[in-house]
Design a protein around this ligand. Structure first.
Ligand code: AMP
Ligand code: GLY
Length: 428
């Protein structure tokens, strides 16, 4: 089989790395890819949202299966276009991807399907939204309706902050079309966990649970980022909790999408807040998480391509998806200044980049090749995953590899997985 992976981040490197292990695969292409992906796939200089270009490429190369990483291409309808051209694609249609691309769509669906989530109201009118805030208890959460690269959520502890967020989004249109509508919702106080699931529109196969670290600094301080690290399985997701999430979240949402005529084919990501043992949905994403993928896929025992084929052929119920009884920790290395402005083009010394092994994988995100060097080319630069039989071992392996890598301005959190484990012992 010839496979095309769309995207250029750490998630896509992990996808390519896992797909490359499949005996069914004869060639892998990645558009546009990065310097790490180059060693496993042929990188094609096409942007992830160049749907016409990607379709023409898939047709001319006779690609057997296309796998979509980022949400932007899904929200633009890449899956609809590919299916029209009789090209097999792993990812939801534009209609189903609304579950991520419109928070108000997701909220309406959850309310109708009685899926536990924070109580909320949606507004398009700034005066009405501001009036609603006056009566709302604090803290309160203000969310831009559309795709905002993880930056469209404000957890406001004062009414002034909430007013500013609403005025910014609805009044000043600081998020463009994504902020034409806002969702104002109650604050949920609990522990966050991510559970992703494969679904073919009917059957649902949840993956091992992961915990992301969204804030840039140690101890969950500083601004939100795309994700500074993750670990899996998250001990918070006990078998009882996983079963609740399957029954109360995944089964009803998949059924509700089928009912509205937008069956979901691909990976459905549930961002959950666990409050007193009860899961509430904070958000759905229509794709694999980043960096969750970098800890979840190394634990998948079943051939990923086999799972993806079962999804596109709507026979997921016939497949037994198995997991390794191991653990994974991923630490993300970023450019100085991220998630604000940052410099690129810093050399990452080739010899300082450890090669991947059974126990550590170095997934590239924002990197590119420049002559004989690999240089930084994004905010999140690398994701280093350590694997071990226990989390403490996986964490030790990840950080050992991280400390061997250096580039100018390199930043990483030193407390990934501490929530599950407590602090790591001091190093002498
Ligand atoms: P979202 O993109 O909707 O997942 O929101 C980003 C982050 O904001 C989440 O990971 C939470 O940390 C926080 N958040 C979102 N909604 C709520 C809520 N209703 N209560 C508390 N925190 C929230
Ligand atoms: N790690 C969060 C996301 O992928 O949206």
């Amino acid at each position: 089989m010839k496979i095309l992976v769309i995207g250029s981040g750490g998630r896509e490197h992990a996808l390519v790395w896992k797909i490359a292990q499949s005996p069914r695969v004869s060639a892998i292409f990645c558009a546009p890819g990065n310097a790490g992906i180059e060693s496993l796939a042929r990188c094609v200089p096409l942007a992830a949202d160049d749907i016409a270009g990607l379709k023409a490429f898939a047709l001319s190369e006779k690609i057997d299966l296309t796998v979509v990483g980022p949400e932007g291409a899904l929200a633009l309808g890449i899956a609809d276009e590919f299916r029209k051209a009789k090209l097999r694609i792993f990812g939801p249609t534009r209609g189903a991807a609304q579950i991520e691309a419109s928070k108000s769509f997701a909220k309406d669906l959850m309310v109708r399907a009685r899926i536990p989530t924070a109580a909320s109201r949606t507004f398009e009118d700034v005066t009405q939204a501001l009036a609603y805030l006056e009566r709302h208890p604090l803290p309160v959460v203000v969310k831009a309706d559309g795709l905002a690269q993880g930056k469209g959520v404000v957890v406001a502890t004062t009414t002034a902050q909430a007013r500013e967020a609403v005025t910014d989004m609805l009044g000043n249109q600081s998020f463009g079309a994504a902020g034409r509508r806002v969702v104002i919702e109650e604050f949920l106080d609990g522990e966050e966990v991510t559970i992703m699931a494969f679904t073919d529109g009917k059957a649902v196969v949840p993956m091992v649970a992961a915990q992301d670290h969204k804030r840039v600094g140690d101890g969950d301080t500083g601004p939100n980022t795309g994700g500074m690290g993750a670990y899996a399985p998250a001990p918070l997701a006990t078998p009882a909790l996983r079963s609740m999430v399957l029954q109360q979240v995944f089964r009803p949402v998949v059924e509700a999408l089928l009912q509205v005529g937008s069956p979901f084919y691909g990976v459905l990501y549930a961002g959950l807040m666990i409050v007193c043992g009860q899961p509430y949905v904070l958000e759905f994403n229509a794709r694999f998480g980043d960096p969750e993928t970098q800890v979840v896929l190394p634990l998948l025992k079943t051939d990923l391509v086999e799972v993806m084929e079962a999804v596109v052929e709507h026979r997921l119920d016939q497949l037994d998806v198995e997991w390794h009884d191991r653990t994974a920790v991923c630490v993300v290395l970023t450019s100085a200044g991220y998630p604000g402005p940052y410099q690129t083009g810093q050399p990452i010394a080739g010899s300082a980049l450890p090669s991947s092994s059974q126990e550590t994988m170095v997934f590239h995100a924002g990197t590119k090749r420049q002559g004989s060097e690999i240089v930084t080319a994004g905010g999140r630069v690398l994701g280093v995953t350590g694997i071990g039989s226990r989390l403490v071992e996986a964490r030790e392996r990840a950080y050992r590899a991280v400390r061997a890598i250096s580039f100018e301005g390199c930043h990483f959190r030193t407390d990934i997985a501490n929530r599950a484990l407590g602090p790591a012992p001091e190093r002498g």
